[in-house]
Write a protein that binds this ligand. Sequence first.
Ligand SMILES: [Zn+2]
Length: 130
Amino acid sequence: MGDCSFATAINCMDGRVQEPVASWIKDHFKVDYVDEITDPGPDRLLAGHDPVACEAIRRRLVISVEKHGSRVVAVVAHHDCAGNPVDKETHIRQLDGAIKVIAEWQPEVHIVGLWVDGDGKVEQVHAHPA
Ligand SMILES: [Zn+2]
């Protein structure tokens, strides 16, 4: 366990996006494993400061950062999200808001905002720090 490296994905529960996101993160950040924190439309929950969802996400993120030593956190939004059916522009704006919430909780980690399109292609749309 001690030799493994972890990153964290705050991802949608949608089964179409888990694998593309985990692969992208492993490729880009050279980590062995990606801890998955999943909810329906987490970009909306975080950006909207949903109190119950935020606390549940925050508690799970603490485990990933403190027990697994994760230093990279990806927040994910995607095309055709049933939990958050808004247009791409709104998703991108919500991702930015979500990153600000996470940065307050975990100022030491690198945070990226990822967009997954209808073909499962992953694109980085935000980074904090830039
Ligand atoms: Zn979704």
